[in-house]
Write a protein that binds this ligand. Structure first.
Ligand code: F0G
Length: 463
């Protein structure tokens, strides 16, 4: 009977929730969207969200909260110091991570700034499997140099290697020998968002942690998507199958000297973040830095109700029925796109589908921003908003010359518990139309490009 009822045996994705509150989606026409793109200078960050039909710009802060989380919001205690909401938040995170010290922040980048300013000095290096853009910007603005050393397999979007979030250990060891104490911090981003939402193997994370210890360098986990990472590890690493996602997540977190989490992802909340830190010598510096810009250490820029929502969401994110549904949605979309001949990052990751735009639009040179071209086509043809992760986000400008990034991806990030299977079917249909018109898609150039985090506010012109 159990076998017959297993949800894995059905084609339909049974979302493991019912919908109690709905939000309307406003339909727009292609002509209207063409006009809106002009007004937005062809930057999808400039669109009003009411003009977007399916918003896959990010999975960050866009999650639907549960009835339990809304109930927690009513219970939220807004005391400035020592709120019971903070104590619940602290206890939940202590249980999930195994760390004692929990410092709340308003979101991930606040944690990143505090950690980088507390643990590194300008001029040092930060080494990572791949830093996310805000972490990178925080390190660079502080005066550190960032070195990404993702594993070799991650460079080929079509390779089916299951742990593309791994660090390249040989290069990492070499860099540690070469740079020694000039390395101020080592970061594993789990899952590796900029590299395709891919998990890292616990053995790889363990090896990185051991090397950091041997060289006396602090080891940080950016665990924004810790639950998705743990579930993919359970599915892909035979030695991990006997453990729960919760146990896997905890074992990984215990390896870290410091943790940064944006609760806008696997906290299934709309705002929030936290830092965990092992060594007492950093705690005071971090708390003092927190007080300067975020708030007192029992709220850190959040309201009591936010602390409640995060505490409940973090536990919900570790529910394996939910995680099974969540990762199945990503697989389902990848299967649909693959059938259309659209190259997607393989294997499917935890929170998003990454289309290899450079490969898909191979008639557009990387300097002419194929990722942006595809992202604009998806909006024009279907009102779908996505995010370029490639030369727009990470390309380097030398004078007027643009050096392309190593890849040009378009990310379809799936907000948690927001869209259903028919929305995913619609997205696949829109891709069908893009495929039909592929040869007509042109390249673009920057008509305005700020130096820091250019993707947020650049303007683009069609070539
Ligand atoms: N680290 C990772 C791996 C992230 O994906 C993000 C945010 C952050 C840190 C920063 O957290 O937004 O709370 O300040 N990623 C979002 C995204 C913005 O769309 O992937 P934040």
């Amino acid at each position: 009977m159990g076998e017959l009822l297993s949800l894995d045996k059905f084609k339909s994705i049974i979302e493991p929730f019912r919908i109690k509150v709905v939000e309307p989606i406003r339909k727009t026409s292609r002509a209207e969207r063409l006009e809106l793109l002009k007004e937005a200078h062809n930057n999808l960050f400039n669109l009003k969200s009411e003009n977007v039909m399916i918003d896959l710009l990010t999975d960050s802060g866009t999650n639907a909260m549960s009835a339990e989380q809304w109930a927690g919001i009513m219970r939220g205690d807004e005391s400035y110091a020592g709120s019971p909401s903070f104590l619940r938040f602290e206890k939940t995170i202590q249980e999930i991570t195994g760390h004692k010290v929990v410092i709340p922040t308003h979101q991930g980048r606040a944690s990143e700034r505090i950690i980088i300013q507390s643990l590194t000095t300008p001029g040092q290096y930060v080494i990572s499997n791949t830093l996310f853009d805000t972490t990178r910007a925080n390190a660079e603005v502080w005066g550190c140099e960032v070195i990404d050393l993702p594993c070799v397999e991650s460079k080929d979007t079509q390779s089916s290697f299951e742990f593309k979030g791994n660090m390249n250990l040989a290069l990492f060891e070499g860099k540690l020998k070469e740079l020694g104490s000039k390395v101020g911090l080592v970061v594993m981003t789990l899952t590796n968002n900029s590299g395709g939402g891919q998990p890292a193997d616990p053995e790889n994370v363990g090896a990185v942690a051991r090397l950091c210890k041997a060289h006396n360098i602090p080891f940080m986990i950016d665990g924004c998507r810790f639950a998705e990472n743990a579930y993919l590890v359970k599915k892909r690493n035979p030695d991990s199958q006997k453990f729960t996602a919760r146990q896997i997540a905890r074992k990984l977190f215990e390896l870290a000297d410091v943790i940064s989490v944006s609760a806008k992802k696997d906290g299934i909340a709309n705002i929030g973040g936290f830092i965990c830190v092992k060594d007492d010598k950093w705690v005071e510096t971090m708390r003092n830095n927190l007080i300067l810009t975020e708030g007192f250490p029992t709220y850190g820029g959040l309201s009591g109700r936010d602390l409640e929502a995060v505490a409940i969401g973090l536990n919900e994110a570790l529910d394996e029925d939910y995680l099974g549904y969540r990762t199945r949605c990503i697989e389902y979309m990848c299967e649909g796109l693959r059938k259309l001949g659209v190259p997607v990052m393989e294997p499917p990751g935890g929170h998003a589908i990454y289309v290899d735009a450079r490969k898909f639009l191979d008639h557009i040179e990387p300097t002419k921003l194929p990722g942006q071209s595809l992202a604009l086509a998806l909006y024009e043809l279907g009102g779908i908003r996505t995010c370029e992760i490639g030369t727009v986000m990470f390309g380097k400008m030398n004078g007027t010359e643009l050096t392309p990034h190593t890849y040009d991806l378009v990310r379809l990030a799936i907000p948690r518990r927001v869209y259903t299977q028919s929305h995913f079917d619609y997205v696949i249909e829109v891709f069908e139309r893009v495929v039909e018109r592929k040869a007509e898609l042109r390249g673009l150039r920057f008509s305005h490009r700020p130096k820091v985090l250019p993707h947020f506010s650049s303007h683009f012109e069609w070539l």
